[in-house]
Design a protein around this ligand. Structure first.
Ligand SMILES: NC(=O)c1ccc[n+]([C@@H]2O[C@H](COP(=O)([O-])OP(=O)(O)OC[C@H]3O[C@@H](n4cnc5c(N)ncnc54)[C@H](OP(=O)(O)O)[C@@H]3O)[C@@H](O)[C@H]2O)c1
Length: 249
C-alpha cells in the first residue's frame, strides 16, 4: 500500500486531513516533533529524523509551518530528503494572494512554492483562503479589549475539513503543479465576521472598524486574498461557529 507522510499532521489543517486520508484507507505517517501514536518524530528546523521519516514513503503532504521565519529553510530540508528518498509526489498547501500581499510570512510561502516548483520531485500546489479557525483566533485574542476590532477588509474563510478533502483528492491524483485556488462560500467584511462572532459568543461589545496604514493592509483591502468565481467551500462561518460553540451563529 502507498505510504503518505504528512508534515504538520498534528496542526489545525493537518488533523482533519489525516482523518480523511485514514478514512480513505491510506497508510499515513504523521511527522511531529513530539512522539505519539501513528507519528514519526522529526524536526524540520534542524533536519533531525527527516530522512528516517521518509524511508518507504511514496507521497508527502507538506502542511507544517513554524508561523514565523524558517518555513523556507524547513522546506529546503524536506525537499532534499524527499529527492534522495525518491518521493513520487509532494503536495504543498499555500495561501491565496501571496504574490500580491507583501506580508513577510507570505513572501516565505512564495519562496517555498518556488523551491518546490524547481525541484525534481513531482508536485502539486494548492492555495486556500484564510481558515475559519484563523478568523476565530483573531476575535478570541481580543478577550480583554472593551471593543471588538474588525479589519475593514473582505475575507473568504474556509473550513479546514474542506481544504483537507481537496488535499486528499490531490494526493490521490497525478502531480499537476499549481491547481485552482480554493475559498469558502462567502466573502464577508471584518464587521460581518465580528457580528457573527458576537452572536455565537453572546457578546455585547461594540465593533470598531480597523484600517491600518501601509501596503499590506491596502493589498488585503484590494481583495487579493479572495478567489473570484464560484466558491469551492460550502461550510459558512456561522455554521463553523455553531459547530464549535454550539450557538446559533
Ligand atoms: N491559517 C490559515 O488561515 C491558512 C490559510 C491557508 C493556508 N494555510 C497553511 O496551512 C498550513 C497549516 O496551517 P495550520 O494553521 O494548520 O498550522 P498549525 O495549526 O500552526 O500547525 C503547525 C504544524 O506544523 C508542525 N511543525 C511546526 N514546526 C515544525 C518543525 N520544526 N518540524 C516539524 N513540524 C513542525 C506542527 O507539528 P508539531 O507541533 O506536532 O511538531 C504542527 O502540526 C500552513 O502551511 C499554512 O501556511 C493556513
Amino acid at each position: 500500500m502507498a505510504v503518505t507522510l504528512v508534515t504538520g499532521g498534528t496542526g489545525t489543517l493537518g488533523r482533519p486531513t489525516v482523518n480523511r486520508l485514514r478514512d480513505d484507507g491510506q497508510e499515513v505517517r504523521v511527522l511531529s516533533r513530539q512522539a505519539g501514536a501513528g507519528r514519526v518524530v522529526g524536526d524540520l528546523a534542524t533536519g533531525a529524523g527527516i530522512r528516517e521519516a521518509l524511508v518507504g514513503v511514496d507521497a508527502v503532504l507538506h502542511l507544517a509551518t513554524a508561523r514565523r521565519p524558517g518555513d523556507a529553510a524547513a522546506t529546503r530540508i524536506l525537499l532534499d530528503a524527499a529527492i534522495d528518498a525518491g518521493v513520487s509526489h509532494l503536495v504543498y498547501i499555500s495561501i491565496v494572494g501571496i504574490d500580491d500581499i507583501p506580508l513577510a510570512y507570505y513572501r516565505e510561502k512564495l519562496e517555498c512554492e518556488r523551491m518546490i516548483a524547481a525541484a525534481p520531485v513531482p508536485h502539486t500546489i494548492l492555495r486556500a483562503t484564510q481558515f475559519h479557525d484563523l478568523m476565530a483566533t483573531i476575535f478570541a485574542a481580543q478577550t480583554y479589549s472593551p471593543v471588538l476590532f474588525a479589519p475593514s477588509i473582505s475575507v473568504q474563510p474556509i473550513a479546514v475539513d474542506e481544504v483537507g478533502g481537496r488535499l486528499v483528492e490531490l494526493v490521490d491524483s497525478a502531480p499537476v503543479g499549481r491547481v485552482d485556488d480554493i475559498g469558502g462560500p462567502e466573502k464577508l467584511t471584518g464587521g460581518e465576521l465580528a457580528a457573527k462572532w458576537k452572536a455565537a459568543k453572546g457578546s455585547r461589545r461594540a465593533v470598531w472598524p480597523l484600517r491600518l496604514p501601509g501596503m499590506t493592509f491596502q493589498a488585503f483591502a484590494s481583495g487579493h486574498n479572495v478567489v473570484p468565481g464560484e466558491p469551492f467551500g460550502r461550510v459558512t462561518f456561522s455554521e463553523y461557529l455553531a459547530e464549535r460553540f454550539g450557538a446559533p451563529g
